[in-house]
Design a protein around this ligand. Structure first.
Ligand code: BTN
Length: 254
């Protein structure tokens, strides 16, 4: 990648024309001892994966479909924080390179005017409760036109091209994501989650809003207050109860 100003992130790079999922490609490389920062990018994914077993639509040449190999020396329970950190990096990069004022929906969807523009999927392999490696999957809908979306997505998804009104340079955006990620990852390792949580909160479109959070234990309805120091979302319900949500799907009232 031309003009990439990082030390590690993306310095080892595998570009693939078509693959099922860059997550699986990156896992293979991680199993073969690929160093931290190794990046897999695909022009197209035929089986792109989203959170909670969903599919991620990844048409050829229209987006950024990529996975980064990470080797944080951390216990597994820090992974939600890493997920939020990745969201901050992508949000900052999108704003900086395109001017599109995307915001974060907990845990890490990037929204513009209520529609999704990017999603993040972190998967990790453990060894004795510690992270052996982690794969940060980043999908950004860059140059899709309205007619590129299947019917089911037209109301819920958008792209940078649609929002910016012009084609966006994918290479420049990839470089910006990697640069933001590297800076935040170093900050996170030096200072912990506190500064990342503040940055996340400042970019959030979830906080202060009425939300319904669908969790494995049922729906929680209330106001999203803030992040706690583990990265969980604190929701105050109508009965004034405070609930920490560690995993789930947030619906924002429009
Ligand atoms: C979500 O919002 O549910 C997460 C979507 C993550 C999509 C990216 S695209 C690159 C990487 N490869 C995949 O199969 N998924 C992630």
């Amino acid at each position: 990648i031309k003009a990439l100003r990082t030390k590690t992130m993306g310095q080892k790079l595998k570009i693939i024309d078509s693959t099922v999922s860059t997550q699986e490609e990156a896992k293979l490389l991680a199993e073969e001892d690929a160093p931290e920062g190794t990046l897999v990018i695909a022009e197209e994914q035929t089986g792109g994966k989203g959170r909670m077993g969903r599919k991620w639509y990844s048409p050829k040449g229209k987006g950024i479909w990529m996975s980064l190999v990470l080797r944080p020396k951390q216990p597994m329970h820090f992974m939600p924080q890493m997920t939020l950190m990745t969201g901050v990096a992508v949000c900052r990069a999108v704003r900086r390179t395109t001017g599109v004022m995307a915001g974060l929906k907990w845990p890490n969807d990037l929204l513009v005017n209520g529609r999704k523009i990017s999603g993040i999927l972190l998967e990790s392999a453990a060894e004795d409760e510690y992270v052996r490696y982690c794969i940060a999957g980043i999908g950004i809908s860059v140059n899709l036109d309205p007619q590129d979306y299947p019917q089911a997505l037209t109301d819920v998804a958008t792209s940078l091209k649609i929002e910016a009104g012009e084609e966006v340079d994918r290479v420049a955006l990839i470089a910006a994501v990697l640069e933001e990620f590297e800076v935040l990852y170093a900050l996170y390792q030096q200072e912990g989650f506190g500064p990342i949580a503040s940055l996340w909160e400042a970019l959030s479109v979830t906080l202060g809003k009425s939300v319904t959070v669908n969790t494995a234990r049922g729906a929680v309805i209330g106001t999203a207050e803030k992040l706690d120091l583990s990265g969980a979302l604190l929701v105050t319900t109508g009965e004034g109860q405070h609930e920490s949500i560690f995993s789930g799907d947030v619906e924002l009232k429009r």
